[in-house]
Design a binder for this molecule. Structure first.
Ligand code: UDX
Length: 440
């Protein structure tokens, strides 16, 4: 199959490279010349494990190429995927569809034959209808079908998620589009990934419902964590105790500083807006979004509490700035709210993150970026573990305690058992842990 991918952001680049790796011929199109030049030169615009090697091998095999020329890129394509950004519109939280509709129009004008247009960007219910309308209006002479094919990729694990998905969702009732999509995903469903065909609006809603459900699960365990602290219970054991029930499942029950990233915050807001617009409010998701926002700021207060209630002139060392490990993505990262709260309270902050410091530097200009966890800990009054990068799981706690002014650890990801922290001389504060409340 010949596939064109419009947009070489996170989703477009990973999907394009993976489709090529399945043996399809893929052309990735982006308006940003410097981005295309960089990718051609082997420099990826995002950090994603394995992506550079995957791109390089498929480019070498001549199955993958990159262009800024959309008209050239869509020529002869069996399917054209739209994977452009859908940021939250300022002011009202609605997904901004300007780029999606502009892409649809531009594609239509460039088409040289019948086409299947597939929206991979996360878009509100009804967007596919509008994409189809735009295409038909621009090209009444051609047969066009608009399909919804949402992605469920996690940053940091995107290639594995693409190649071994839990399911593939395709929203269309057009027979030709169905046949094309079957062919495109053949290598995957031969590997037994369920390929689900639904109506287009249903597929669009599945994506939002999935993300909102996961955000709800995280927020649920986070509130249970707060209750654990209040009553003297252990949230890790609660999560295990409920997660072993197959109906609940053990994943996404890790209590922490609140969810961030490019998807959950934006998609929950967009779903809330859709619910309100259709007079069918999703009140549970409204609560989730609100609780999660409040939580991020509350984590800053937790650190101040660990400092004895006064952060003025204190030195805080933060480990992990990105919203989760294995990414350089700082979008809606809990570290942003934590740093803000601490700076407002007069603390001096230094930090270390394996991949996120470059992106973080402009967002938190007063934070001193350090070369490693030990350099960050030097002379600190408190060490705050915000993102659970693997290298933070194997810290020499004794060495760190020796470097600090006061060995206090606020472990917002519950990585270190109380016994280990105590053995290294740390006073430990955790999330939803018995010791967290008893030591305060
Ligand atoms: C998510 C969805 O998982 C993915 O299917 C969708 O396509 C895009 O959004 P992503 O944002 O990359 O992916 O990250 P994910 O691993 O899901 O984590 C999201 C946030 O939730 C992170 O801030 C993470 O730290 C937090 N989280 C996750 C928890 O706090 N606890 C958990 O148990 C799981």
């Amino acid at each position: 199959m010949k596939i064109t991918m419009i947009g070489t952001g996170y989703v477009g680049l990973v999907s394009g490279a993976c489709f090529a790796d399945f043996g399809h011929t893929v052309t990735c199109v982006d308006k940003d010349e410097s981005k295309i030049a960089a990718i051609r030169g082997g420099k990826m615009p995002i950090y994603e494990p394995g992506l550079d090697a995957l791109v390089a091998s498929n480019v070498a095999a001549k199955r993958l190429d990159f262009t800024t020329d959309l008209a050239e890129g869509v020529k002869g394509a069996d399917a054209i995927f739209i994977a452009v950004g859908t940021p939250s519109r300022r002011g009202d939280g609605h997904a901004d569809l300007t780029y999606v509709y502009a892409a649809a129009k531009e594609i239509a004008e460039a088409l040289d034959g019948p086409a299947v247009i597939v929206t991979k960007s996360t878009v509100p219910v009804g967007t596919g209808d509008e994409v189809e309308r735009i295409m038909r209006e621009a090209r009444p002479d051609l047969e066009v079908a608009a399909v919804s094919n949402p992605e469920f990729l996690r940053e940091g694990a995107a290639i594995g998620d693409f190649k071994r998905p839990d399911r593939i969702v395709v929203g269309t009732d057009d027979p030709r589009a169905t046949a094309v999509m079957r062919q495109i995903y053949r290598p995957l469903y031969l590997g037994e990934a369920p390929l689900i065909f639904t109506g287009r609006r249903t597929a669009e809603l599945i994506k939002y419902a999935a993300n909102a459900f996961l955000a709800t699960k995280i927020t649920f365990i986070n509130e249970i964590a707060d209750l654990c602290e209040a009553v003297g219970a252990e949230v890790k054991d609660v999560a295990r105790g409920i997660g072993l029930d197959n109906r609940i499942g053990s994943k996404f029950l890790h209590a922490g500083p609140g969810y961030g990233g490019s998807c959950f915050p934006k998609d929950t807001l967009a779903l809330i807006k859709t619910g309100q617009d259709f007079d069918s409010p999703i009140r549970i998701v409204e609560a989730v979004a609100q609780v999660n926002d409040t939580r991020k700021r509350a984590m800053g207060r937790k650190v101040i509490k660990a400092l004895g209630g006064d952060a003025r002139g204190k030195k805080v060392a933060i480990l992990g700035l990105t919203f989760k490990p294995n990414t350089d993505d700082m979008r809606d990262a809990p570290s942003l709210a934590i740093v803000q709260a601490l700076e407002d309270s007069g603390a001096d902050i230094c930090a270390y993150d394996p991949e996120g410091m470059e992106a973080a530097a402009s967002l938190m200009p007063r934070v001193k970026m350090m070369s490693d966890p030990y350099a960050a800990a030097e002379g600190a009054d408190v060490l705050v573990l915000v993102t659970e990068w693997d290298i933070f799981r194997a810290l020499d706690l004794k060495k760190i305690a020796g470097l600090m002014t006061a060995p206090v650890l606020v472990d917002l990801r519950n990585i270190y058992p109380a016994s280990e922290a105590a053995a290294a001389g740390f006073k430990l504060f955790r999330v939803g842990g018995v010791d967290a409340s008893s030591e305060m």
